[in-house]
Design a protein around this ligand. Sequence first.
Ligand SMILES: NC(=O)c1ccc[n+]([C@@H]2O[C@H](COP(=O)([O-])OP(=O)(O)OC[C@H]3O[C@@H](n4cnc5c(N)ncnc54)[C@H](OP(=O)(O)O)[C@@H]3O)[C@@H](O)[C@H]2O)c1
Length: 258
Amino acid sequence: MSGNLPFKGKIALVTGSGRGIGAAIALHFARNGADIVINFFRNRAPAEAIVREVEALGRRTLLVKADLGNIENINQLMDEAERRFGGLDILVNNAASGYNHPAMQQKPKGWDWTMNINARSVLFTAQRAVPLMVKRGGGSIVSITSPGSSRVMPDYVVVGASKAALESLTRYLAVELAPQNINVNAVSPGLVETDALKHFNSLAEGNIIQNAARSTPAGRLVTPEDVAGVVAFLCTPAAGMIRGQVIVVDGGYTLLPK
Ligand SMILES: NC(=O)c1ccc[n+]([C@@H]2O[C@H](COP(=O)([O-])OP(=O)(O)OC[C@H]3O[C@@H](n4cnc5c(N)ncnc54)[C@H](OP(=O)(O)O)[C@@H]3O)[C@@H](O)[C@H]2O)c1
């Protein structure tokens, strides 16, 4: 830890960091000293805006277009990160996608798409990230999951299964990578106040944000910065004895009967 910048000199790769929660995580690490590998898939313009924000903080960046559902793309992302920075300290598996339909309407294509992006990528990014972390004496892997891994949410069956797989991978990797000084955990946010949610809120008849906030003991929705703060904490020495856990960040929402 150095002064007020706990991640000074560290290199962090955040998947799906061109927008949403991933962008907040990337900016949090950058504000706290880290150089950042920013990854996008479909939306280049917001990702370029995040690159400019990170560079304005005086940090180095690398912007890589890669589909995390594609193994060759994962290898290209890691190759480029290695060429640019030579190693890696932090990997955040944030990118997610999904086919939202009832179970009886799901098709193999939607299963493969969702599982490959949300779950398979966690295993194969780890295979490539670990040697880069070993070069730096260790590292941290944090993956973003959701309550749908264990609770039943409408049309969420395939994403829920992919998040359950992500959580299981978190436990297996935590044990296998512990001897290499690599710490592996997951963060499970509740409903997060993103731009998309604010947009839906402005179109909806009731106030979705106010209603959700009322059902949350903490009295407000989770923000992307709340998630980023916990992800970052899990990458500090203070979290060194937290291994293979799923940390819920939902203001107490899932504690109450609904
Ligand atoms: N929002 C919530 O309320 C909430 C609650 C619980 C958990 N989560 C989890 O938090 C994470 C981020 O959520 P979010 O709400 O910020 O998501 P989002 O707004 O839907 O953004 C998805 C992100 O993933 C990237 N992505 C999608 N498919 C990709 C692919 N094949 N390869 C690489 N990147 C890909 C997108 O990049 P492009 O736009 O460039 O394609 C984008 O940056 C996800 O893991 C999600 O499951 C969110």
